[in-house]
Ligand binder design. Structure first.
Ligand code: ZN
Length: 208
């Protein structure tokens, strides 16, 4: 089995931890970027990598499903995402132990615009509010790093429903399954609490 060590999250001047992963299995180690060269392998990472056995780290099914998805930190910097007119399916995840744990799946022809919608989180748009509040809770209350994974799609609606199905079959729960509210009748604070409780449940039950 291949035992190459590859790094994720390296960019010039970036202070966020780099995720070092084994290409042959699910082994992962987060470490502060090495200085002065962030692409060099920190010695503690190398020694733990040398000691691990690929057989002990089977890849989680949900990670395999996202293998060919691009990744960008949320909120994405302006110009970092494709704009209008291209179909995409995307997955919002939080980072835990180097894994991207999905909590919401969507599709769009305006990827950057959707990410902006989640930052404004208007109550009148149920999904925007739900997802926006979930992101805020996970980042601010749970101090989790949020990542948007995305992939170009010729049939975004179909790819979205297939991915929702497959992620759920892998054992994950998603915000997509929460029944929507009617904003003319719903109470904003109550809906916010519902989202927060749902996220709390997700984090408590996250895959290890
Ligand atoms: Zn391995």
């Amino acid at each position: 089995m291949a035992r190459n060590l590859v790094a994720y999250g390296i960019s010039p001047g970036c202070r966020l931890p780099v995720d070092w992963k084994c290409e042959g299995c699910d082994w992962v180690k987060s470490a502060a970027p090495a200085r002065p060269d962030p692409t060099s392998i920190p010695s503690e990472v190398q020694s733990e990598f040398d000691a691990h056995r690929c057989d002990d780290y089977p890849t989680k099914a949900f990670e395999s499903l996202l293998a060919d998805f691009e990744a960008v930190d949320f909120p994405p910097e302006a110009g970092n995402l494709p704009g209008h007119g291209e179909g995409h399916v995307y997955v919002l995840c939080w980072k835990a132990n180097g894994r991207d744990v999905p909590f919401y799946v969507g599709q769009t022809n305006r990827l950057q615009g959707r990410m902006n919608d989640y930052q404004s989180a208007q109550f009148a748009a149920c999904t925007d509010f739900r997802v926006g509040e979930a992101i805020r809770y996970l980042r601010e209350r749970r101090s989790l790093r949020i990542v948007a994974r995305y992939k170009k799609s010729g049939d975004p609606c179909k790819d979205e429903s297939t991915l929702i199905r497959d992620l759920q079959l892998s054992g994950l729960r998603l915000l997509n399954s929460l029944p929507s509210y009617d904003y003319l009748k719903a109470d904003k604070d109550e809906e916010r609490r519902t989202v927060q409780k749902f996220c709390e449940m997700l984090v408590e039950n996250q895959p290890r």
